[in-house]
Design a protein. Structure first.
Length: 244
């Protein structure tokens, strides 16, 4: 049997982040260490205030750590300018947010096209349609975003995250504004994308949501508490979740 080669995507070593306000120093991330390979589905889990968002902002080049190493595809992120990081973010990272962040009074298709306007890619219409097809929304192209359900909005947001063919999708509490059925549909879609090889990093405080990932990194007070594989669930169990 052919063995799949493991390709490292993210390496974080001794990462620290502190915020300084006047004379007050708030340590938010204390000593974070992990590696994430291409094709993984990782949940970063922890209670409110534990440092999840800060970590996600650093991993997606929106903020820099105070000290420590962050390598993305083997490159030291600290060596890059903010402008270059913005370009890299557009190319390599797709975002899915709790509150969808779609443009109102704009069609589904135009929302998905938006990240392409900042990229060097061509054939925007075709790429956006392909992305919407991947999330099962080809029949909603010309709907306005206020004419679709919450679950559909999040699927549009996933299509938008996919449209530049990023190396990784960051999903920040993607089910937080959804009922449990739509939430499960969204998580099932993320699982499908991961099964097709897409790397996914999920940030959540909910165990049910985190259990859709293949690995859970738990953080508390800026430290990693545990970093474990999720037991493989059978398809029947996953299906049960879907019809809950
Ligand atoms: P989580 O996403 O797990 O809720 P955050 O990363 O948002 O946690 O925040 C972790 C801690 O860092 C909190 O105590 C928060 O108040 C603090 N924090 C976040 N951003 C800033 C900032 N810009 N300045 C000062 N403190 C901050």
């Amino acid at each position: 049997m052919e063995k799949k080669s493991v390709v490292n995507l993210i390496t974080v070593q001794n990462l620290k982040k502190e915020y300084v306000t006047g004379e007050v120093v708030t340590p938010v991330l204390k000593d974070i260490n992990f590696k994430i390979d291409q094709g993984e589905f990782v949940a970063i889990m922890g209670p409110s205030g534990s440092g999840k968002s800060t970590l996600m902002h650093i991993l997606s080049f929106l903020e820099r750590g105070t000290s420590g190493l962050y390598q993305f595809k083997g490159q030291d992120i600290n060596e890059f300018s903010d402008n270059y990081l913005a370009e890299l973010r557009n190319k390599e990272i797709g975002f899915v947010f709790q509150s969808f962040n779609l443009l109102p009074r704009t069609t589904v298709l135009d929302n998905v096209k938006l990240p392409l306007t900042y990229s060097k890619l061509k054939n925007h219409e075709q790429l956006a349609k392909k992305s919407l097809d991947a999330v099962g929304l080809s029949h909603r192209l010309n709907y306005y975003t206020n004419q679709i359900s919450g679950g559909e909005k999040q699927r549009v947001a996933i299509a938008r995250a996919l449209v530049c063919d990023p190396a990784v999708i960051f999903a920040d509490e993607p089910t937080g504004n959804l009922d449990s059925k739509s939430g499960n549909t969204v998580m099932f879609l993320l699982q499908q994308l991961n099964n097709q090889g897409r790397t996914i990093i999920l940030v959540t405080h909910e165990t049910d949501t985190a259990n859709h990932a293949k690995r859970i990194i738990r953080i508390k007070d800026g430290n990693i508490l545990s970093d474990e594989k999720v037991e493989k669930r059978t398809i029947a169990e996953a299906d049960k979740d879907l019809i809950k």
